[in-house]
Design a protein around this ligand. Structure first.
Ligand code: C2E
Ligand code: MG
Ligand code: MG
Ligand code: MG
Length: 281
């Protein structure tokens, strides 16, 4: 009957919902331990100058070396961390580790790496003391502000635009570089864009993917690069996977490229040995 069915329905759903919640709690607890137990690692993906083919910067990308599940990408735990308080200590760990690593590379003579880029999440941006925190890390690691680039996505920047602009201005005044990540995928208006104090635009991989075959993507990239150049911004194309994409982007005068064609994200020790492949003709 209906009542039994209703109960059955509840019975068949409740355990799953319960399990999902338990899993989340478990993972959250584990992530807590991961932070203390050195299970988080940063990988570094090279960014190369498209004309010289030289590596000039790296983006730090966090991974979780999970004792059971192996190496987990950020998509598996950053959203979870963002729902809890964990994203703050995690984000601080990322900034500190990236700055320490960059300073270590410089001391080891790898001075051709001019910047380390670090991704920030929305929650970090809500912290009033973000600039003070970054300043303390720079002091602690002795890294020059100009060697650090902070990346925020358009959607994060647009959540509280006025506030974001203020914080970004403070960071910019400190000499830190600022990149707008996943450019073109959010909802920003030109009004806000023009007020955003950034130094770098990162063209999202979704526009690069079909750049050779989709004339809309091709025009969007061409127009974005031209606009960015006129505004004096550095442009990095994300997700460059093929020589054809590389040639196309170089022809439309994109400054820098990042993607599997050049290198996957690498552990720090491998990054130090990395030599970019020769540029496609
Ligand atoms: P993102 O900042 O846009 O980073 C680029 C992502 O694209 C990275 O994925 C990278 O591994 C991947 N990628 C690079 N080249 C290629 C390519 O040629 N083809 C394809 N298909 N993918 C490519 P990953 O490492 O999984 O990171 C995903 C996102 O997680 C990042 O997107 C960033 O938003 C976030 N994230 C990563 N590290 C951190 C962190 O330390 N803190 C925060 N808050 N977010 C992070
Ligand atoms: Mg990024
Ligand atoms: Mg991106
Ligand atoms: Mg992304």
């Amino acid at each position: 009957n209906a009542r039994a069915q209703g109960r059955n329905t509840r019975n068949s759903f409740t355990p799953d919902i319960g399990r999902a919640a338990v899993d989340r709690l478990l993972l959250e607890n584990q992530l807590h331990q991961a932070l203390d137990g050195n299970e988080l690692v940063l990988f570094y993906q090279p960014q190369i100058d498209m004309l010289s083919g030289r590596m000039i910067a790296v983006e730090a990308l966090v991974r979780w070396n999970h004792p059971v599940h192996g190496l987990l990408g950020p998509d598996h735990f950053i959203p979870l961390a963002e729902k809890s308080e964990l994203v703050l200590p995690l984000g601080e760990w990322v900034v500190r580790t990236a700055c320490q690593q960059m300073q270590a590379w410089h001391l080891a003579g790898l001075t051709h790496i001019k910047r380390v880029a670090v991704n920030l999440s929305a929650r970090q941006f809500e912290q009033a003391d973000l600039p003070a925190f970054v300043a303390s890390i720079l002091k602690e690691t002795q890294l020059e502000a100009g060697h650090l680039e902070l990346e925020i996505t358009e959607s994060v920047a647009m959540e509280k635009p006025e506030r974001t602009i203020k914080i970004l201005n403070t960071l910019l005044d400190m000499g830190i570089r600022l990149a707008l990540d996943d450019f073109g995928t959010g909802y920003s208006s030109m009004t806000y864009l023009k007020q955003l104090p950034i130094t770098t635009l990162k063209i999202d991989a979704s526009f690069v993917r079909n750049i050779e075959t989709d004339r809309y993507d091709a025009e969007i990239c061409t127009a974005t690069i031209s606009l960015a150049r006129k505004l004096g911004l550095n442009v990095v194309a994300e997700g460059v996977e093929t020589p054809g994409q590389f040639r196309f982007l170089r022809n439309i005068e994109c400054h820098e490229a990042q993607g599997f064609l050049i290198s996957h994200p690498l552990p720090a020790a491998e990054l130090a040995q990395f030599q970019p492949p020769p540029n496609p003709d």
